[in-house]
Design a protein around this ligand. Structure first.
Ligand code: ADP
Ligand code: MG
Length: 845
């Protein structure tokens, strides 16, 4: 490649001219500083020709070790220039050697020599990073092999790793450090400065077990040619045995003072052999560990995996994308994210790997959109303006401008002979349900069936009740038309035929379910409102024309597509009250078109929000009392207990009993939790909505969508356990009437971060802004529950970095347009990676 070749030409010319720095005008340094980036890029491209892939990361880090971008050739004396030149040309020879048909034996002898030399002479700068890995013969096991093939990883240790989702060798390569400790600043002992993190290389003069304080530990005296220093390790007497006199050792840590003398206390250490340093003398990776895994071991294992197996990892990104975005090669990126040469390289590694995450996410999403839209025609609906205007006239309010606009967007879609795929974003209480209801009606008027899926039974029941409520204003309910009152209702009067609506949820009895399934199959029900129960395989529609999904972020992409597949390419509308910025939405839901209701119905007030420290809980109770005596109602939300609805329900029950007995003995309290049978839940909600209960003690099941006009106080216990968006949802449950609403947040433990987060709730009332903050603080995994959502996990990429999101999106779109099915030979690795990443997440099946 040109960059590398011209480098060689220039250097050889310079050598022929007798190291006079006359080879290029302006001097060699100027040339190198300017060209280093180019040269590196050409190197990265030429690495495809390298025969032994294992060497790739070493070649790259070897190049980076030359540090051409900061060369100071011009300032050297003649001997130094010769040595420098030999070094760089030597590296070029090695590179050449790796490509030739004859396999190269010892590519980094030079770097190795250099290390040896340095370890003899501590005054030279430390270039440990160019040291080679020991050649290993590990090629036999593939990256899918369990990590137990690594020596020292016992099944017990593997179980600990499993908790971190690390099972196979490939997982270990992708087990990234959270940060690095910088132990790269190396000093002669005489120049050590107290209080700073530094590294020395020295000789152990003496090491022994010693009593330190009143415990046993290890004490050593380590010296270099500038002086000696005492080093102690508390509680680790066994170390003394590994420290032989005269052995060379690297010590990294903070220098302290003891009785006026400098000392290292329990520093990181590493005996200096011909191996690359991993615990000291460099940027040392800090991994997110679980109990029973120790940093030194884990570093050893990640290093071993990187050295022994990384070569098997092939780069799936097309070269032109890498060049355009100046991305590292995949193996280099993985090597550098674990053991970076410097922070710049760590950052570049992170850049490459997060690019991958977003790129694969985008491609997958685009492919899905193509799959859904391609080929099959959708059902073009006739829009009956009469039905719409009659329905709107019966409402006690008029639509907001935003609702009008969104309704038009949806109607335009429904008219097309192409299936709608639309995401409707709108703040809590912005009035999405009414829009959905209108779409359902239009579909019904066209003779199709409709499904509305909600994440919880309570919410499905509420939608059912609301829609029935709207319909009963326009039509009349046929009395006693159906047995099974409550789950099937029928209205007549405004369509040319009676309109039947049903509720399908998991807690129905089996016979009720079967009866409903039959009716749905025969086309005797028009609108079916339900939960996940809707996507069970027993449910077959006769003619599904429209599927609406509420609170989309609670469902996965797969569940969405499961509902879609219940019909012949039905129109799909998904709604969410957890809005996110546009670019982000396009990335995550790129398969959907976007509509936004960005306006609340008039007269809505901001819910006054206050975070109260636990000791002021009594005040909150007093406040609740006062509101209730003014005819209002209140929610008390119990703390979230991760992963156990059973425990959560139990805790809620205990709290309910305590509150009824000790705090509000004169008031009527209700209890709601996810473990109650559906009809009981419905019963409690009905009582609460009817005003027969003053206070509803509930778990987070009340979170989404519930509408109780007279409720004015939302009190949240253990508030710090919830995400901001979730708290915003809770808060959206109160103040729905004209009256002022209040939200009281009571944290259990108030760390400074939690305080800051909850303070945001007091100040910010915009759901978009809170969602963005939430994403920033908690990361997309927790925010979306990506496991559940069926999206690939994002470990490094930040969805909040909208600029790189947009860049990646453009790259994905370009590639997708040029090769939509990834059929081209050069895209095969990418295609494989794509199916690997998108394989998981089918939790509903
Ligand atoms: P969300 O967008 O959170 O699902 P809903 O559809 O549940 O909101 O609507 C919240 C409340 O606002 C409901 O009580 C509904 O009747 C009412 N509402 C909806 N649209 C309007 C409007 N244009 N003007 C006044 N009230 C409205
Ligand atoms: Mg809603």
């Amino acid at each position: 490649m040109t960059g590398i070749d011209s480098l060689r030409n220039v250097l050889e010319l310079e050598r022929r001219k007798g190291y006079t720095d006359k080879a290029v005008i302006g001097g060699l340094d100027k040339y190198l500083h300017k060209q280093a980036g180019q040269i590196r890029q050409s190197l990265v491209l030429s690495l495809n020709e390298v025969k032994t892939k294992k060497l790739v990361p070493q070649l790259v880090s070897g190049f980076d070790g030359l540090n051409l971008a900061e060369s100071s050739y011009g300032s050297y004396g003649p001997d130094e220039r010769k040595r420098w030149m030999a070094n760089v040309l030597g590296w070029l020879d090695k590179l050449e050697g790796t490509k030739g048909p004859t396999r190269h034996s010892e590519p980094f002898a030079l770097a190795q020599d250099k290390l040896r030399e340095e370890s003899r002479d501590p005054s030279l700068s430390l270039r440990v990073t160019t040291a080679p890995a020991e050649p290993r013969q590990k090629q036999r096991e593939g990256l899918d092999s369990p990590i137990t093939v690594i020596k020292g990883i016992t099944p017990t240790v593997a179980n600990k790793f499993a908790k971190l989702d690390v099972r196979a060798l490939g997982d270990l390569l992708y087990f990234f450090p959270r940060r690095y400790v910088d132990y790269s600043r190396r000093k002669p002992i005489s120049e050590l400065i107290e209080g700073e993190e530094q590294t020395i290389i020295g000789t152990i003069w003496q090491a022994r077990v010693a009593t330190l304080g009143n415990r046993r530990g290890t004490e050593a005296i380590v010296g270099d040619k500038t002086g000696n220093i005492r080093v102690v390790w508390f509680n680790q007497p066994y170390l003394a045995k590994s420290f032989r006199t005269n052995a060379r050792i690297v010590i990294s840590g903070t220098v302290g003072l003891f009785k006026g003398h400098k000392v290292f206390e329990s520093p990181e250490w590493e005996l200096l052999k011909d191996k690359e340093l991993i615990h000291t003398g460099r940027l040392v990776p800090v991994y997110p560990l679980t109990q029973g895994l120790y940093p030194r071991q884990v570093r050893k294992w990640t290093k071993e995996t990187v050295d022994g197996y990384l070569w098997q990892l092939s780069d799936f990104l097309p070269p032109e994308i890498k060049t355009r975005s100046q991305l590292l090669d995949l193996p280099a990126a993985i090597a550098q994210i674990h053991y970076p040469d410097d922070l710049t390289m760590a950052e570049r590694a992170r850049g490459r790997l997060s690019f991958d995450e977003l790129f694969l996410l985008q491609l997958g999403v685009l492919a899905r959109k193509r799959d859904w839209k391609e080929g099959q025609p959708g059902n073009a609906f006739h829009i009956d303006q009469e039905v719409i205007s009659r329905f709107l006239q019966c409402l006690p309010f008029t639509l907001t401008r935003a609702q009008e606009r969104v309704l038009q967007e949806i109607l335009t879609d429904l008219k097309q002979a192409k299936a709608m795929s639309r995401l409707l974003q709108g703040e809590v209480g912005s009035g999405k349900t009414i829009i959905a209801t209108l779409a359902l009606l239009i579909a019904a008027a066209n003779g199709y069936q409709e499904a509305l899926m909600a994440p919880t039974e309570v919410l499905a029941e509420q939608h059912y009740t609301n829609i029935c409520g709207y319909l009963s204003q326009v039509g009349t309910q046929e009395p006693g038309s159906e047995p099974g009152e409550g789950i099937i209702k029928c209205y007549t009067g405004f369509l040319s035929r009676p309109l039947t609506i049903a509720l399908l949820i998991g807690s129905l009895s089996n016979s009720e379910k079967e009866r409903l399934h039959d009716k749905i199959k025969q086309g005797k029900v028009d609108i079916i409102v339900g939960t996940h129960a809707l996507i069970q395989k027993e449910v077959e529609f006769k003619k599904l024309g429209l599927a609406v999904i509420d609170e989309q972020h609670r469902f996965g992409v797969l569940q969405r597509s499961a509902l879609r597949q219940k019909g012949f390419n039905p129109h799909v509308l998904v709604m969410t009250a957890t809005p996110i910025p546009r670019t982000m939405a396009l990335t995550l839901y790129g398969d959907l078109d976007l509509s936004v209701i960005d306006e609340l119905p008039p007269g809505r007030q901001v819910v006054k929000t206050k975070c109260l420290e636990p000791q002021y809980r009594e005040k909150a109770y007093t406040f609740l009392h006062r509101e209730v005596s003014n005819g209002r109602q209140a929610f008390i939300i119990c703390p979230l207990i991760e992963e156990s609805e059973v425990l959560e329900a139990k805790a809620a029950k205990t709290e309910y009993e305590r509150l009824s007995r000790e705090v509000f003995p004169g008031l009527k309290l209700g209890l709601l939790h996810g473990q109650m049978p559906g009809n009981e839940k419905e019963e409690v909600m009905r009582h609460f909505r009817a005003g027969e209960l003053d206070i509803l003690v509930s778990t987070s099941v009340v979170e989404v969508g519930i509408d109780v006009p007279r409720a004015s106080v939302m009190m949240v216990e253990g508030a710090e356990r919830f995400g901001l968006s979730q708290l915003h949802q809770f808060r959206g449950r109160v103040g729905r009437d004209k009256e002022q609403g209040y939200c009281l947040l009571i944290p259990e433990k108030l760390s400074p971060e939690a305080r800051e987060r909850l303070r945001l709730m007091e100040k910010v009332h915009d759901g978009f802004a809170l969602a963005e903050k939430d994403l920033e603080i908690r990361g997309p995994g927790e925010f979306f529950g990506t496991h559940q959502s069926g999206l690939p996990d994002l470990k490094l990429a930040k969805l909040t970095d909208l600029r790189s999101l947009e860049l990646v999106r453009q790259e994905a779109i370009t590639l997708f347009q040029s090769d939509p099915n990834l059929k081209k030979a050069e895209h095969q690795p990418l295609r494989q990676q794509l199916s690997r990443v998108w394989a998981g997440g089918a939790e509903w099946s």
